[in-house]
Design a protein around this ligand. Structure first.
Ligand code: NAP
Length: 353
């Protein structure tokens, strides 16, 4: 059937923060285009306000309307808002909400597709991950997860396509955090590491509390998602994570963290000096090898495939049957609202068919 004849998908957007706003901007830019005609935004919400529009909302006005005319936000309203029409029903999760992630399996089992940037659905317990997959089978629905790792870079998709083509995945290694990529692309061992952390935070590359990045916990979730896509069903606790946050810094209240950041300086200076002596470069690497995963700082030869890249680039090497000597290497911006929103909406369009 030509695309113009398909009923448009009904879409509910959850989250109007950095990524959600970029989704709205992309939808606005699609107005009058073939992509725009394939879907209708019928619901938008943040944690406070929600707005429904049976015949579709104009994406450019949503943020303002939510503020001034929104109803109290309730996740139980999502199903009702998506009712009607003959096209697919899709929830786009642009939150970091555990409560929203807990609803993924329920929506999927009810015939509502889920597209998500949030790692709390697939990157936490195996029990939750298995429930999501069982719910897709039950509801004949799809789970769009391209934006959960690498902000929409074709990472998860390439792993799945290699396996669908009969390859076994032998190993995966990569720089999976945009903020840690930026930090170690810039750290020169001369100026204090804490200064680079503050600069990265001010530029919006790190979380407001940089310990969330430096602890490696975000990378733990990402390697768990990639491992499961590769057929290795790990629990998050199976991943050996070497945090960069010293124990005393980890214990501090959020308000005291900034003043204590210099406690990072000496340990990082020592690591840098060791790497430098051997011509190496420090990179924060996640690895999956022989069914085991680990995350931490490594010194790599300067010409190593994972030592390059610029800015917040992610860079991932995948070894498989066909790429057994030279890995497939995928590199590109692995953070940022625009690429993440594009990754989300690519998944939405794939579901629209
Ligand atoms: N930023 C990036 O570059 C990037 C890249 C890849 C993936 N991601 C992922 O994308 C997600 C969103 O990131 P972000 O940077 O956009 O975060 P953000 O700016 O903090 O926005 C989060 C949004 O979620 C809303 N929210 C929270 N609980 C909700 C609920 N129960 N119902 C509806 N909305 C709810 C918040 O509402 P309020 O406005 O009321 O607080 C806020 O609008 C995260 O999971 C993040 O890990 C982000």
């Amino acid at each position: 059937m030509p695309q113009a004849q398909r009923a448009p998908a009904r879409v509910a957007l959850l989250g109007t923060g950095t990524v959600g706003r970029a989704v709205l901007e992309r939808l606005t830019a699609w107005s009058g285009s073939s992509q725009g005609g394939r879907l209708s935004l019928v619901y938008a919400a943040n944690s406070r306000h929600a707005l429904g529009g049976r015949f579709g909302l104009l994406p450019e006005g949503v943020a303002d309307l939510l503020q001034h005319e929104g109803q109290p936000s309730r996740l139980s309203a999502v199903e009702l808002a998506l009712q009607g029409g003959h096209g697919p029903r899709i929830v786009v999760d642009a939150t970091a909400s555990e409560e929203v992630a807990l609803n993924h399996a329920r929506w999927l089992s009810q015939g509502i597709h889920v597209v998500t940037a949030c790692k709390l659905g697939q990157g936490t317990s195996l029990e939750r991950w298995r429930a999501i997959h069982a719910a897709c089978a039950e509801g004949n629905t799809r789970y769009g997860d391209s934006a959960t790792v690498g902000a929409g870079l074709p990472l998860i998709r390439s792993i799945r396509e290699l396996r669908a083509g009969g390859d076994r995945i032998h190993a995966i290694a990569g720089v999976l955090s945009g903020s840690l990529a930026w930090l170690f692309n810039h750290y020169d061992g001369l100026r204090p590491f804490s200064g680079f952390v503050r600069e990265a935070r001010e530029a919006g590359y790190t979380e407001p509390d940089p310990r969330d990045d430096l602890s490696g916990e975000d990378v733990r979730r990402k390697i768990v998602i990639l491992a499961r896509a590769a057929g290795v069903e790990l629990e998050p606790g199976d991943v050996d994570v070497a945090s960069l946050v010293p124990a005393e810094l980890a214990r501090l209240a959020k308000a005291d963290v900034d003043a204590a950041l210099p406690s990072l300086d000496q340990p990082l200076r020592d690591r840098f000096a060791d790497a430098y002596k051997n011509g190496g470069k420090l990179r924060f690497i996640a690895r999956l090898e022989h069914g085991k995963a680990r995350v931490g700082l490594e010194s790599l030869p300067a010409d190593h495939p994972l030592a390059g890249g610029a800015g917040t680039d992610n860079r991932v090497a995948i070894w498989s049957d066909r790429y057994s000597r030279q890995p497939l290497v995928i590199q590109g911006p692995g953070a940022g609202a625009e690429v993440t929103a594009a990754g989300l909406l690519d998944d939405v369009l794939r579901i629209c068919g």
